[in-house]
Design a protein around this ligand. Structure first.
Ligand SMILES: Cc1cc2nc3c(=O)[nH]c(=O)nc-3n(C[C@H](O)[C@H](O)[C@H](O)COP(=O)(O)OP(=O)(O)OC[C@H]3O[C@@H](n4cnc5c(N)ncnc54)[C@H](O)[C@@H]3O)c2cc1C
Length: 407
């Protein structure tokens, strides 16, 4: 923990949110902004500087290119929220106007099987109002002459509401306004959860500093540690921390146009970062992709030289001469069941609300997830967008939601 633990001001809250990063703060803000919600909210986080959470290590991009309609709709709300953030925040003139840098995502297929997946997904996306195009190698080369497409059979791209956005600015404003509207943030750690005799409801949490706080409803927004928070309530969550690396590099010869967030068939991705710099992401494909320790952020310095740069320089020959300027390791809270969000009430512990398993797409899902969770906490149902399919219940019922566009 970063600093001194803090004791909450009250001994009971209507809602306790465990984890105050992007998901916890989105939920807190949507609650505080809902005229029908009159309850008290406590957000507890181990570290209110948020320097070691997934949110701090994100690449902050959004896309419409998902294979399931609900995931497209979730990102569409993110785009609308970002583009109209000041209006959503009550016209508050302190809130900056934000936009999306629409360089798009370029999914490459190097075989007909995956090209068919891209074409099928495009149908879903078009039906939901997205502007995805599936291009031939010649069309790709015409629009983006810098790519080597010798091994590529198709590329899927959408340049509307798809690209970089300032997720940390949104996070900052959710926290600020939530606090101003009465949400309390405490730097502390939830170390245990007590349930009623029947085991059907959470009654209280215990903090590392010893206080016992009772609560009406509890939200697990603990990121990769969500599995530990769930365990405290006797709940199993199929989520684990998986390490993902990011590199920022400068090119000797910058590209003459924006580089889409390109998903190479190898799994490595790279995108525009502005000012002749680019951002690449990936992980070690030579070893099994397993869970790592919650505090293990060690950088693998050999990976760039051995795996990442050779792929990039082959795909974009202009990247033959580049220099890494910064690099870091972060954690996906990987949902090992079906890579999708796990949300809503637990099937037995009914006031234990999940908000977990966002893998590599949680930042863009945070507006829709926070809004939906706040609706659930207020009304006991989702009102704006029905996210019931993502409820925890699908796990014990073994009903995975297959999302084919996972990065
Ligand atoms: C390298 C990388 C790139 C990414 N790129 C993108 C992207 O381009 N687009 C996108 O949409 N998503 C992206 N993501 C995913 C996205 O960043 C995450 O899904 C999102 O930030 C998850 O937010 P969270 O609030 O659920 O978890 P976190 O940010 O991990 O926050 C969890 C919080 O819970 C707190 N906590 C845990 N346990 C306790 C406890 N017992 N008591 C008190 N507090 C506790 C922690 O201190 C932490 O602050 C990326 C992730 C990584 C790692």
């Amino acid at each position: 923990m970063a600093g001194q633990t803090q004791a909450p001001k009250q001994s009971r809250y209507d809602v306790v949110i465990v984890g105050g990063a992007i998901m916890g703060s989105s939920t807190a803000w949507f609650l505080s902004n809902n005229a029908d919600f009159n309850g008290s909210v406590l957000v507890v986080d181990r570290d209110l500087t948020f320097e070691a959470c997934s949110t701090a290590h994100t690449n902050s991009c959004m896309r419409q290119q998902f294979s399931s309609e609900l995931n497209v709709r979730i990102s569409q709300f993110a785009a609308d929220f970002v583009k109209n953030i000041r209006t959503y925040m009550g016209g508050d003139e302190r809130v900056p106007e934000l936009g999306i840098r629409n360089f798009g995502y370029m999914y490459f297929a190097d075989n007909e099987g995956f090209a068919d997946v891209l074409r099928e997904s495009q149908k879903v996306q078009l039906a939901a109002g997205a502007a995805t195009e599936v291009l031939t190698p010649a069309q790709i080369k015409e629009r983006y002459p810098f790519y080597n497409v010798d091994d590529i059979v198709a590329g899927s791209i959408n340049t509307v509401d798809e690209g970089y956005w300032d997720g940390l600015a949104v996070f900052d404003w959710w926290k600020r306004q939530a606090r101003e509207k009465g949400v309390e943030y405490a730097e502390n750690e939830v170390v245990s959860i007590a349930k009623n005799g029947a085991g059907t409801r959470v009654e209280s949490i215990t903090l590392k500093s010893g206080e016992v706080i009772s609560c009406g409803q509890l939200v697990n927004a603990s990121g990769p540690r969500g599995v530990e928070t769930a365990k405290m309530a006797g709940i199993e969550l199929p989520v684990e921390p998986r390490k993902r690396f990011t590199w920022i590099f400068k090119a000797d010869q910058p590209l003459d146009r924006d580089l889409p967030l390109t998903i190479d068939p190898s799994g490595i991705h790279v995108r525009e970062n502005g000012g002749g710099t680019y951002e690449a992401g990936g992980y070690d494909h030579d070893v099994p992709d397993v869970a790592v320790g919650y505090d293990d952020y060690t950088m693998d310095f050999s990976l760039w030289e051995n795996q990442i740069w050779p792929v990039l320089a082959t795909r974009i020959p202009q990247f033959e001469a580049v220099k890494v300027t910064s690099e870091w390791g972060g954690h996906y809270a990987m949902n090992t069941f079906d890579h999708n969000a796990i949300m809503g009430p637990h099937t037995v512990v009914e006031n234990f609300i999940s908000l977990n398993g966002f893998s590599g797409h949680g930042l863009q899902q945070s507006p829709a997830m926070g809004r939906a969770t706040a609706e659930w906490l207020t009304y006991g149902e989702y009102r704006s967008l029905d996210l019931t399919p993502f409820n925890y219940a699908r796990i014990p019922e073994n009903r995975p939601i297959i999302e084919k566009a996972i990065i």
